[in-house]
Design a protein around this ligand. Sequence first.
Ligand SMILES: Nc1ncnc2c1ncn2[C@@H]1O[C@H](COP(=O)(O)OP(=O)(O)OP(=O)(O)O)[C@@H](O)[C@H]1O
Length: 844
Amino acid sequence: MEKKTQKPQTESPEKGKILSKPRIFFGLTFIVFSGVLALSFISYLMNWKSDQSQAGTMLDKSIQSSNIFGKLGDWLGNIFIFESIGVASFIVAFLFVVFGTMILKKKIFKPWMTFGHSLFFICWLPIFFGAITKGQGNAGVLSGVYGYQIMDSMNAIIGSVGLWLVLVVSIALYFILEFNLRPSSIKSKFNEINESTIGRVKSMMPNSSENFEADEELENEIQDSDSNITVTDVSNNGKIQEVEKPVKVSTVEPPVQVQTIVTPNQTSFEEIKKESSPTVSLDLNTKPVIPVAKPEEAFDIKPSPISTPSSDGIKFNVEVAPAVEIITDADQQSNDLVEKHGLYDHRLDLAKFQMPPLDLLKDYGNEEISVNKEELEENKNKIVGLLKNFNVGIAEIKATIGPTVTLYEIVPEAGIRVSAIKKLQDDIALNLSALGIRIIAPMPGKGTIGIEVPRKNPTMVSMRSVIASQKFQNTDMDLPVVFGKTISNEVFMADLSKMPHLLMAGSTGQGKSVGINAILTSLLYKKHPSELKFVMVDPKKVELSLYSKIERHYLAKLPDSDDAIITDTHKVINTLNSLCVEMDQRYDLLKNAFCKNLKEYNKKFSERKLNPENGHRYLPYIVLVVDEFADLIMTAGKEVELPIARLAQLARAVGIHLIVATQRPSVNVITGMIKANFPARAAFRVISSVDSRTILDSPGADQLIGKGDMLYFNGNEILRLQCAFVDTPEVERLAEFIGEQKGYASAFMLPEYVNEEATSSVGAFDPNEKDQLFDDAARIIVSTQQGSTSMLQRHLKLGYNRAGRIMDQLEASGIVGGFNGAKAREVLISDLNSLEQFLEDLRN
Ligand SMILES: Nc1ncnc2c1ncn2[C@@H]1O[C@H](COP(=O)(O)OP(=O)(O)OP(=O)(O)O)[C@@H](O)[C@H]1O
């Protein structure tokens, strides 16, 4: 059931587009010129009689013009209005606005439709005014000379009746085509108006006999009509609710059982008692019977007729009533709020925030791929020759040149086994004497076998070129990440929110840090600070430090920490657990708002359907970036692995996404639990094929050539990409540009994380799980009035751990107080009698 809601003001896709200066100049010039034209025309219309005599005196200073744009205004008015098309000239002025908005890429008008309509009226209006004025009175300005002359010529050719016929038929055709007017729709519109008028008149009448009479009249009216029948239900309060239920007369159905029901104010109707069929079929001879709508059904129901010719020649109409639109109180309230304050704009806190311009990124010059025909020919010959030596015949070979790699696709002759070619990988590599050869047999979805051969002179892919690409600029992805270019030189992008977490690996110096910077740069170029927050973990301390400048805009941190970029392993554990708390809180918010994911939730919040007083808030995406995961696992092990795995398993729906990078993709770093929850993987060059298997579940990453040459696995297939290059100074400039702008008062605060171990014993006492020696321990403590764990150890001959656990239980049950540093705990029960009573209560 569709709810009637205010249409949300979706962010226009043009927002992200960068307009060139000439565009802005010409766009604005057109719009301003349109204003000048319109004002000149208005002014000309007011003074045209006096000013017209001054035509041709443009340079004569002694003659003044009364047009607000002086003689220029006069001249424009004269040219457009008087000498051309009369008042239709305003349409010309309007067209300049349309041009202007087109140049500025604002999709306010549908250009072709607007031009079409305008052209029609530019032709029709002058002739129409010409026909009306016949050259008398204000003919000059209404029709213009052109309009009058065309009208005059037509008049001479087809006569005045013919002229009017052309005018009327053309305008009628225009409206019929434009508004889809058909006799049936005009008739139903007319019926609607008719009914609503009758309804209104009826509702004005008191609940009396007059009303009754009106009902009868109406019924008569209804019964007169054999096609459209209006049922009127008069409810208790005298309000009339109407349902239009056209009943079409048809044959075959058995006679309908009719029952009379009485409505509260005694108006009687006949109800069709017929189960489960919304379609009504009646005997041709019976009079139409009127179904009574239940009060809650009595909304605007506009049936949509479906007409099917039946085999017996009788027209059989089926009408399906559309779903009833219902507005709940909450909807109404949010609609009112939106009407009053507009949609909630999360960007408002930093309304003046400027998205970074493109020129912060370095232009590395020509990135066009140069084709080295000799190299291509040489490689092709080597491949064909080698395969021939191994008795592998080739039917066809094709080369696709990418930025770093050329892909040779071969179609083997019939009967050749794919595995035979696969086995030759090392031989081909040896023959081509090149590193980084990868054989893809077969190419997914292509029916060929691919051999990737690195180029001698690779082309660099700059971050600027991919950020400037149409694909990135016009993307509607939620978290667009532009990695670089594919083997066929296309910009490659992926949506981090769909990945939903990314695992990156690569040996040192192969382009992993550049890859992370490319990801962060793409997100910074697309997302406003209110929409995205980063949690950065950088055990190496230097890789992500550049981003500290954007702390108050894009970073998130724990309330008690000084630096937003976390370099200390212990803090990482707290931060990860805090992220888990944030995740749980977000899930609660989503659950209370009946939303399935963050996007839905934020939309609802923007439409003011969620009350901030109930804890609802706009939720930015949170991206956790861990630069050296191996280091964390080595120092903190499970304490890091568990929250990471938990986040990876659950956090996608609440907008928390993980990017975890490591130099050492060994199985004790990338464990099964981690791997299972990171479907998207990016591999730069790694040392061994074992490492490649760990990260990608297949070899290949060990065959890469470094410098940003990478494999991306999206869960289905592996793609070879050349990562875009973004240098440290570029990132610095970007961070500086953002950092210099007004930001929030502080970084985004993650929820405080309270270490569970510190609190678990207190308040979590479960009498069923108490230690067997709990009662004895309590008696010893109370009799000695000493809350000491070592004393319990001595008296009960226990190890420290068990004694400590019993002490925690005594604290939780309220027999002793909290941990008191070096001193013994306070004993809260003064004597054994009270204790026995207390223990008895606990048992019950
Ligand atoms: N996409 C790329 N295009 C061109 N050159 C690149 C690219 N990525 C990296 N390089 C080159 O490789 C060098 C090392 O890259 P990067 O610092 O990203 O390696 P790394 O894997 O992060 O190393 P480490 O783990 O030691 O930090 C860069 O300085 C650059 O010269």
